[in-house]
Design a protein around this ligand. Sequence first.
Ligand SMILES: Cc1ncc(COP(=O)(O)O)c(C=O)c1O
Length: 407
Amino acid sequence: MRIARRAERIEPFFVMEVAKAASALAREAAAGSQPMLYLNIGEPDFTAPPLVQEAAARAVSAGRTQYTPAVGLDALRERISGWYAQRFGLDVPARRIVVTAGASAALQLACLALIEAGDEILMPDPSYPCNRHFVSAAEGRAVLLPTTAEGRFQLTAEQVRGAWNERTRGVLLASPSNPTGTSIPLDELRRIHEVVKSHGGITLVDEIYLGLSYGAALGDAAEADARFGHSALAIDDSVISINSFSKYFSMTGWRLGWLVVPEALVPAVERLAQNLFICASAIAQQAALACFEPESIAEYERRRAEFKARRDWFIPQLESLGLPVPVVPDGAFYAWADCGEFARQLGISGPRASWDLTFELMKRAHVTVAPGRDFGTDQTGRFIRFSTANALPQLEEAVARLRALAR
Ligand SMILES: Cc1ncc(COP(=O)(O)O)c(C=O)c1O
């Protein structure tokens, strides 16, 4: 059978291959051996809080399960708009919000609405692999620009200006980022957006981890310059923001997210959403209304504090193991660690060091991590991503095992 070139262009998601190998190894392991620790996981280890679960059950038993409007329930769009006002002090009218089946559908809609065949989209290297594939599925081309620790592994306005050519259509970046957990300072993003606007391009910002922002300082130190935790929507109404109920709201498998677009783009996105998805899950939408109740928000904030406490403990531990994290993550639940020296100690080197180290850690320490390979090509052979979406005792156990291995 002939497969369309657009599908052939999509690379495998290597994190999934690693996860499969880890599960197989965990199954084969003899009874009594160490249980596998999954520090490769990209989703919260919490589920939806009680009010949200109850709201879902009520929606099902009351039969409120029919299709909703393609852009989502008005009540949910209003609640999301209220959240922007309350949490970020931003006026984001509900009519600019389109509810989607996760950030994944939001990204797909944005790319299909804006990218023509052959258009190039500038993205940071490293970045979340699926984002470049949304671009290529829309027949565009993702152009990965190498980033540095000094630039928090984010694009700079200078880079965007230098890389822009007649085929460039815009930029797509995530802040905080997956895999680095680092955000772009709002001022730098503003400068990027000015460059983009001067060319009549588009700025897409994936803010799926924005709710899980903690600032860059470890411990109790107050974030002096307050550079992080702001939505790109503060810059201007032409910025497109992608968001989700998956991470801060702990609802990965419910498949719910949203897109904020300039008003003029709503009709095109609505047409695409009607035809491609009809709507996001009605049950998930009814349930998500309860996310914004004070009791749920209090629970989400408790979890945010828990993620911060894990980061504060884990990053210095990695450093002490010889796995330096060049930039302290200011959000999300990831640590992007340079594993070059650690790998060398185990006799592993070369351009695939992080890939080989991943399998070595899996086999010898029963600790699974995500190798850099998925996230780009520049230096990714030297980096691994740890996820702190694991309770502190599991993180402690992982550190103890890695320490024993390096000895
Ligand atoms: C940066 C980034 N964007 C988008 C997604 C997709 O999220 P969703 O579950 O909302 O589709 C993920 C998932 O891990 C992600 O890390």
